[in-house]
Design a protein around this ligand. Structure first.
Ligand code: SAH
Length: 369
């Protein structure tokens, strides 16, 4: 992983050895085909898929509808181990859990499970590291190691689903209801794997995990051509755009990809998305003291979003180590909210779950120590 110069963007992920093929990389038809190609009975694909996505049973001993002699062979062919937990940190009385995962080639990524009274959200990574180089984001400082495969992305959600189903999270057995692509990486820079992962997450078992499309949020720095492509997928997922500034001068610095696609173009693509899906776009805005929290910027943001299918999610900045920036003063945050509301723009301030375990937004910086 090489750190980038300020403002430098990396779109092409370095090529590394591919992760082993896994059931979650494939559609059900492809799983059957893959088994037949390996000289194994294709009809086992549906059974294996039900164990994986529906029963969340990863121990071959529990696959009692499959002859014992075949289980290990099927596991090797279809369910290689992709993620190894190397550290687990909990906060909020155990209802926030951050896991550091090691991938087959030693690359490290993190995911965060957040359980609330009415829902459980998995925040997943889509790349090891990130090439988008946002100066306030811990992941952005480390550079891009590689893209994750579809199954590596899906496995993070399934791992959370298993923990919840097994009652390992306080609150009794439960299910994952929401997935946000707000862990490490820029999801739309790993487009194909992310779209396949979304399909696996929303299709009902045995094809996939059966989550609701609107409960999945894909968050992006604003890769305009990829947003336009996403519209064509006809997936009604929630789109989040990390705006962080309403003007190009500041956004060029905070979100360097703005030097390619300007605020006006990014918002244009966001409204196209909203128009096609009928879904409100979430505008992410990390409030940074005296950097992007001035009254005039709140007003400009309000003017740009007024009357649009948008919802602003203000995130108090989580300072990263060594950062010169910090979160806004409470009174400036409150004034920012009021100004947006005065323009009729829906706005909420995000909670800072997992902050003390570096599991909050922008704090994910996988390292072993
Ligand atoms: N690459 C995607 C996902 C990144 S993480 C994207 O940029 O949207 C999800 C959100 O956390 C993004 O809005 C990101 O800008 C924000 N974020 C990053 N670092 C942060 C920090 N230190 N404090 C608060 N929010 C941060």
């Amino acid at each position: 992983m090489s750190a980038q110069k300020p403002g430098e963007l990396v779109f092409e992920a370095p090529r590394r050895g591919k992760p082993p093929r896994h059931l979650a990389d494939l559609t059900l038809i492809e799983r059957k085909q893959a088994l037949s190609n390996a000289g194994l009975p294709g009809f086992r694909a549906a059974q294996l898929s039900t164990h994986y996505f529906d029963r969340l049973e990863d121990d071959p001993q529990g696959w009692t509808d499959i002859p014992a002699a075949q289980r290990e062979q099927l596991r090797e062919a279809m369910l290689p181990s992709l993620l190894t937990a190397v550290r687990e940190l909990t906060a909020d009385q155990g209802t926030t859990r951050k896991t550091l995962w090691k991938l087959h080639d030693g690359a490290l990524v993190e995911s965060v499970l957040m359980r609330y009274p009415d829902r459980a959200t998995m925040c997943v990574s889509s790349q090891a590291g990130c090439g988008m180089n946002c100066p306030f984001c811990a992941t952005g400082q480390a550079g891009l190691t590689r893209n994750m495969s579809t199954a590596e992305i899906v496995e993070q959600v399934v791992a959370g689903a298993r923990s919840l189903a097994r009652g390992e999270v306080p609150g009794g057995p439960g299910r994952v209801s929401n997935v946000v692509f707000m862990g490490m990486g820029e999801p739309l820079a790993n487009y194909k794997a992310v779209i396949s992962a979304v399909r696996r997450l929303v299709e009902p078992a045995p094809e996939g995990l059966g989550l609701s499309q609107r409960h999945i949020t894909v968050s992006t720095v604003g890769l305009v051509p990829a947003i336009e492509k996403l519209i064509e997928e006809r997936l009604n997922v929630t789109l989040a755009v990390s705006l962080h500034a309403p003007d190009d001068e500041l956004r060029d610095e905070l979100v360097p990809v703005n030097t390619r696609w300007k605020v006006g173009e990014v918002l244009g693509a966001a409204w196209d998305y909203a128009g096609q899906t009928g879904r409100r776009v979430s505008i992410e805005y990390a409030l940074i003291k005296d950097v992007n929290d001035q009254a005039w910027r709140a007003d400009l943001l309000g003017k740009r979003l007024k009357g649009k299918l948008a919802h602003v999610n203000l995130i108090p900045l989580n300072p990263t180590p060594g950062s010169k920036w910090t979160a806004s003063r409470p009174e400036d945050e409150a004034a920012f909210v009021r100004t947006l509301e005065a323009h009729g723009v829906a706005v909420t301030v995000r909670d800072t779950r997992g902050r003390e375990i570096d599991g909050a937004c922008g704090q994910l910086a996988a390292h072993e120590d």
